[in-house]
Design a protein around this ligand. Structure first.
Ligand code: COA
Length: 322
């Protein structure tokens, strides 16, 4: 039986820092309001010349280095993003070019904040089916480009960044289960209302921005994130106490705390890094994972539950032995 196992993690945050104090000069907000409602202290913003594939490249290099392999050994590249470099080709192909990898499949996954969980699940299936052995799975975003910097209810929440893992075939798990969900009927609660086939004029005019009904999204996120844990535990016949670390999508510390409370999980077992980078959408889970691996909190052999919720709505989980 072939399983898939994470052998390397990496992450990257752009150099430019935007603190809550900086935002006080841009919109009518305060450091206290942002910290109390979201837990966010600062976020990183990509330089004008820096692209989603550039951020992905830096994170990928670190993951490949930790895995102890060379880029040429990668046999599939899956990149989750909402903020692609170009309309086409896919950002995964642009990353592949930067990594000097040639010939293997490379494609993007668009499931917004759940994108990395979707991408990891796809990679796991390819490895289990015996079609690939080493997949580079990346979440990378330049969300700052689709924020309305006059809208205080959204611009304070998001940031830019990237996270990556190398997933390799192994005789031991590895990934124990993945569960993916979506319900497109909630489209209007969290979206950028413009794109190629709807509102192309606004897109060209640089007016395609994130729109969100924060309260409704908050309630739905807590509900679905709680259900995800129960679903994974039941599928694997294990209990909450078997989970060493919950690594949730880093949208908002209040959503994370409410989910942990609902599950009666101590916050000591939850990885929270949102204060330092804000909501980086598809990049947030691999970013949080890499930070906690490199600072020594997450260790080999521990059981991790990754879970995400985002626009679509989409939601999903990955249970794994690290
Ligand atoms: N600074 C100061 N005040 C702000 C503000 C800001 N940045 N943004 C909104 N406000 C104001 C509102 O205008 C409102 O003022 P009013 O009462 O005078 O109308 C007040 O704060 C309360 O707004 P509300 O939207 O009810 O606040 P909230 O407690 O729901 O917090 C969010 C707003 C966005 C932080 C919260 O709804 C949330 O976290 N939602 C989920 C967001 C998320 O994580 N989405 C991504 C999921 S992938």
């Amino acid at each position: 039986m072939t399983y898939s196992r994470i052998t390397g993690t990496g992450s990257y945050l752009p150099e430019k820092l935007l603190t809550n104090k900086d935002l006080e000069k841009i919109v009518d907000t305060t450091d206290t309001w942002i910290r109390e409602r979201t837990g966010i202290k600062e976020r990183h913003i990509a330089a004008d010349t820096e692209t989603t594939s550039d951020l992905a490249f830096h994170a990928s290099r670190k993951a490949i280095e930790m895995a102890g392999i060379s880029s040429s050994e990668i046999d599939m590249v899956i990149l989750a993003t909402t903020t692609a470099d170009k309309i086409f080709p896919g950002t995964a192909c642009l990353l592949q070019k930067q990594l000097d990898v040639h010939g293997c499949p490379a494609f993007d996954v668009q499931a917004v904040c759940t994108g990395f969980v979707y991408a990891l699940s796809i990679a796991d299936k390819f490895i289990r089916a015996g079609e690939t052995r080493r997949v580079l799975v990346v979440g990378s975003e330049t969300l700052s480009r689709i924020l309305d910097w006059n809208d205080r209810s959204t611009c304070v929440l998001f940031g830019d960044g990237a996270g990556a893992v190398v997933l390799e075939a192994d005789s031991e798990p590895g990934i124990m289960s993945t569960h993916l969900h979506a319900d497109g009927s909630y489209e209007d609660l969290l979206h950028v209302p413009h794109g190629i086939s709807i509102g192309y004029e606004q897109l060209k005019a640089g007016e395609a921005y994130v729109y969100m009904e924060g309260n409704a999204v908050f309630k739905m996120a807590v509900n679905k994130l709680g259900q995800l844990v129960d679903e994974a535990l039941t599928a694997n016949g294990i209990s909450k106490s078997d989970i060493d670390w919950l690594v949730p999508h880093q949208a908002n510390s209040r959503i994370i705390e409410a989910t942990a409370r609902k599950l009666r999980m101590s916050m000591e077992r939850v990885i929270v890094t949102v204060a330092e980078h804000g909501n980086t959408s598809a990049a947030s889970i691999p970013l949080a994972l890499d930070i906690a691996v490199r600072d020594g909190r997450i260790k080999r052999g521990e059981t991790l539950m990754l879970e995400a919720f985002g626009s679509g709505f989409t939601w999903g989980s990955v249970l794994l032995k690290f």
